[in-house]
Design a protein. Structure first.
Length: 375
């Protein structure tokens, strides 16, 4: 797909019909606070933010959902215990703040596609929404304000205790949440905004904090995403409000190399930029996207996770792995939205390799990177 090239009268906030069509799957519909908002060009993100800012804290986020709400069920009145670790398990704690960061999709200088050796021009910085790891008690940053957020890691039997603070600046003030995949949680800790049926973890208002408690069960083993599931979840997830969870079997050997790769697009309606970038971990084009490194003989696990509304095909040159841990080999595996595939193999093939999405228009708009293997 050619890059979206605005015509002479187009500004960053008005792509025009031709530019919009070239932007492809950048448009999406947000249902926020009883309104449907079509986010198809840059100014629309501000409309979605304004609608999200008007969503008041539901009664159920303070105590329990109202039994008198239209459509209410007895399940809305259930009470839940906060889970504790299984015998021998631990409490693994994280402090994470949702914030806004100026994010460069093409951070490497000189700015170029290092696969093809082609210079890249045009705006590439936008305001991303990110989860930033903090030290205990939110005292200070413990990691970068980056896409993706910190990887939450634990073993079966452990409990993840994740303290989340909504630190979005006033201009973007709105409720957010953190919704996990893979771990076990009660409705209190689902992190999903449900209108009148919202529970405590489904609405973290501006400046507020909430602590999620999630269990790592035997069927939680694997790699999973977490993401915003508040009133404005679609736009905020597209902006970067996501990260990964790794649950290990207790005592299982850890791979020598472990890399999470989120496959997602950053399109003009989300970023306000002129063109769509097909990204890996918030960056586009080899040399900007993560460069993975390994040595021959190492146990390598590369986890590709879909984090937009497209299907991707994760491909690594020079390597094969067992699809879903079964008996069928592959070198190119489909990754759907919020789905994880793991390419795990013993490294045996030194050199410079490409990894990329095999959807051609994604590959050519940046969804590619290098994998360097030393003998
Ligand atoms: Cu793709």
């Amino acid at each position: 797909m050619p890059n979206a090239k605005p015509n002479a009268t187009d500004g960053d906030f008005n792509l025009g019909r031709r530019g919009f069509l070239a932007a492809g799957a950048g448009a999406f519909l947000c249902s926020i606070g009883g309104q449907n908002i079509l986010v198809e060009r840059a100014g629309d993100a501000a409309k979605a933010d304004a609608a999200a800012a008007r969503v008041a804290k539901p009664a159920g986020a303070k105590s329990r959902p109202s039994a008198a709400a239209p459509g209410a069920s007895p399940v809305d009145q259930l009470k839940f215990e906060t889970p504790v670790p299984a015998p021998g398990g631990r409490v693994v704690e994280y402090w994470i703040e949702a914030t806004v960061a100026l994010w460069d999709i093409l951070p490497t200088r000189p700015r170029r596609d290092y696969w093809h050796g082609v210079p890249l021009a045009g705006p590439s910085v936008f305001k991303a929404f990110v989860y930033q790891e903090m030290t205990e008690g939110f005292a200070s940053p413990a990691g970068p304000a980056a896409i993706p957020g910190p990887t939450l890691e634990c073993e079966v039997g452990d409990v993840l205790r994740v303290h989340v603070r909504n630190g979005l600046p006033d201009k973007y003030a709105q409720a957010i949440t953190m919704h996990p995949h893979g771990v076990r949680y009660t409705p209190e800790y689902d992190g999903a905004y449900l209108g009148d049926f919202t529970r405590a973890g489904g609405y973290i208002g501006p400046g507020e904090e909430f602590t999620y408690t999630w269990e790592a069960r035997p069927d939680s083993v694997g790699v999973w995403p977490y993401h915003d599931h508040g009133p404005n979840h679609t736009l905020n997830s597209m902006r970067g409000l996501f990260g990964g969870i790794i649950v290990h079997a207790a005592g299982a050997p850890r791979p020598d190399v472990s890399q999470i790769l989120f496959m997602h697009s950053l399109a003009p309606p989300t970023t306000g930029l002129r063109r769509v970038f097909e990204c890996v971990n918030g960056r586009a084009y080899a040399g900007n996207t993560p460069t993975i490194q390994a040595k021959v003989g190492q146990d390598v696990a590369i986890h590709a996770i879909g984090m937009d509304d497209a299907f991707h095909d994760f491909h690594i040159h020079g390597h094969r792995w067992r699809k879903d841990g079964g008996t069928v080999s592959t070198d190119n595996q489909t990754v759907g939205p919020a789905e994880t595939i793991t390419a795990r193999f013993t490294e045996d093939n030194p050199g410079r390799w490409l990894y990329h999405c095999h959807v051609m228009s994604h590959q050519d708009n940046g969804m590619a990177g290098f994998y360097l293997v030393t003998p």
